[in-house]
Design a binder for this molecule. Structure first.
Ligand code: TXE
Length: 481
């Protein structure tokens, strides 16, 4: 049975407790590897390795750091097939999606920060007439913690690690215990890229133990987290009294507003993706779909037809468009929401049931599901389901559409389909979200600030924002004769 080991101080090792967690292949519902289950003692070892590596790494010339990040990106590309297959087996997503999105983006994350760090600099403030000069330094923080979720495992894991090490920090990172495989393979790549020992340390294990130990560690000075809102709240309670910097990318319940004047075919094909890509397990999915009443019935018919045409299958088959949910527990959570919908009198237009694939009866498969709601305050429209479940609701005016969109405790992203320039700008200004897409979805420029408001978290990742998060600014004021 393959062992997923911690990566501490450049070495692979089991937990000191010799405890393990079963790792399941969701497409088959079977255990296929085992994960070293870290506790606070392993986290302490990882911290010590990171602390030891920090002085040399933070003083490594930026060009050298940049070169090592580029080497990691090249090795991710060289291991593209292996990584894509590993991600698909571990998460249940179609291997075609891992090839199109997850793995290329992991390489892009390292490439982006290899370049961004060479352009990131401090500021200077000249004082005319006074013999004084002010400037700032962007100094590495020290040992930082990066904790990531199971939905886009390598993509989100590297999205934190790349800027953190580019900025000169050393890292104690923990991937989700549900999808640890590609993080383990990234460690092997970092060894090949000659990343100095202790710069990146990866501990595997449960959130409540290993994750909590990272967040509570008094010398780990910043926490970058992506995951559930409830977990984010818990992390904030632990980290705030320790005055740690926090970046929290949390849940979403994102509106998808469709106006009659949109480019209908482009909207329809993109809306199938924004509803069901990665089996709906993306915090940016547009799970609340609001449609202008004049096209509502046509859209409903066409959207149901396209959803039914999705090829549900074994994730490793190249033709599969829709795979397995990530775990048995998550499948049960999604199925429970269908029951809630029925209790709330919400109509199931298509889907709503678990699927058994002929050759993989134990796998965690669930039908892409479209619900029809008439009350925006139902649980279906207010709670993040994080699975292949979207709701439809009609609106008859711009004002009603905006109110429906903002009637949520979340504020991560929003999508607007309209060819009316004035409306697109009016809505972009008024929608309560960190990211607004107009006539597109999941269209990402890594220079842009990424993050949400309200219960979707705090802080911004991406661009120079991530480098600012992973550094401390120091102001220096010099007078001269
Ligand atoms: O997140 P969790 P999961 C949302 C979505 C999903 C929910 C749970 O609602 O249903 O989060 O997903 C670690 N201290 N999103 O289970 O539980 C945990 O081990 C420290 C949105 O992935 O929050 C894992 O590594 N760490 C999100 C990571 O936190 C803790 C994408 C995420 O786990 C911890 C994914 C603790 N007390 C899920 N408890 C997005 N915004 O992209 C858990 N962890």
């Amino acid at each position: 049975m393959q062992e997923i080991l911690h990566f501490i101080g450049g070495e692979f090792k089991a937990s000191q407790s010799n405890q393990w967690i079963d790792n399941y292949n969701p497409a088959e519902g079977k255990i296929y590897s085992k994960i070293a289950d870290a506790n606070h003692k392993d986290v302490e070892l990882a911290y010590q390795a990171a602390d030891k590596a920090f002085p040399a790494w933070s003083e490594t010339p930026i060009e050298k750091r940049s070169k090592i990040l580029l080497k990691i990106a090249d090795l991710i590309d060289e291991n593209f097939e292996t990584l894509a297959k590993a991600e698909s087996i571990d998460n249940g997503k179609p291997v075609s999606l891992a090839k199109a999105v997850d793995i290329p983006r992991a390489a892009a994350n390292f490439r982006f920060y290899a370049k961004a760090i060479t352009q990131f600099s401090g500021k200077a403030f000249e004082s005319q007439g006074l013999k004084t000069h002010n400037m700032t330094l962007n100094q590495a923080i020290g040992v930082v913690g990066c904790i990531s979720p199971w939905n886009l495992p390598l993509y989100l894991f590297t999205w934190k690690i790349a800027p953190a090490i580019a900025a000169g920090n050393t890292v104690v990172a923990k991937p989700s215990e549900i999808t640890p495989m590609t993080a383990f393979k990234l460690a092997e790549i970092c060894v090949k890229a000659d990343l100095p020992q202790g710069v990146l340390n990866i501990v595997h294990g449960r959130g409540q133990t290993a994750g909590q130990a990272i967040v509570a560690h008094p010398q780990i000075k910043a926490i970058s987290f992506t995951g559930g809102t409830a977990t984010g709240q818990h992390i904030a309670k632990t980290a705030a009294p320790l005055f740690k910097k926090m970046s929290l990318e949390l849940g979403g319940k994102n509106p998808n507003l469709i106006f009659a004047d949109c480019n209908y075919e482009k909207m329809l094909s993109t809306t199938v993706k924004s509803s069901f890509a990665n089996q709906g397990q993306i915090c940016l999915c547009g799970s609340r779909i609001y449609v202008e009443d004049s096209i509502y019935e046509q859209f409903k018919t066409d959207f149901i037809a396209k959803t039914k045409a999705l090829k549900i299958g074994y994730p490793l088959e190249a033709s599969t468009e829709f795979g397995a949910l990530v775990s048995k527990e998550h499948l049960e959570k999604v199925a429970a929401y269908i029951k809630i919908a029925q209790e709330e009198g919400v109509k199931v237009l298509t889907g709503g049931k678990q699927i058994q694939l002929k050759d993989h009866k134990e796998g965690y498969y669930f039908e892409p599901t479209i619900l029809e709601v008439d009350n925006n305050n139902c649980r279906i429209n207010q709670e993040e389901i994080f699975g292949p479940v979207v709701s439809l609701m009609k609106f008859s005016s711009d004002e009603e559409a905006l109110n429906l969109a903002n009637e949520t405790t979340y504020g991560l992203s929003a999508t607007i389909w309209t060819n009316n320039l004035n409306r697109s700008m009016r809505f972009s200004q008024k929608i309560e979200a960190g990211i607004v897409w107009v006539n597109t979805w999941l269209n990402r420029d890594l220079r842009t600030p990424f993050g949400g408001i309200k219960q979707s978290g705090l802080g911004r990742e991406g661009g120079f924002e991530a480098l600012e998060f992973f550094t401390e600014q120091k102001n220096i004021c010099i007078t001269f004769e």
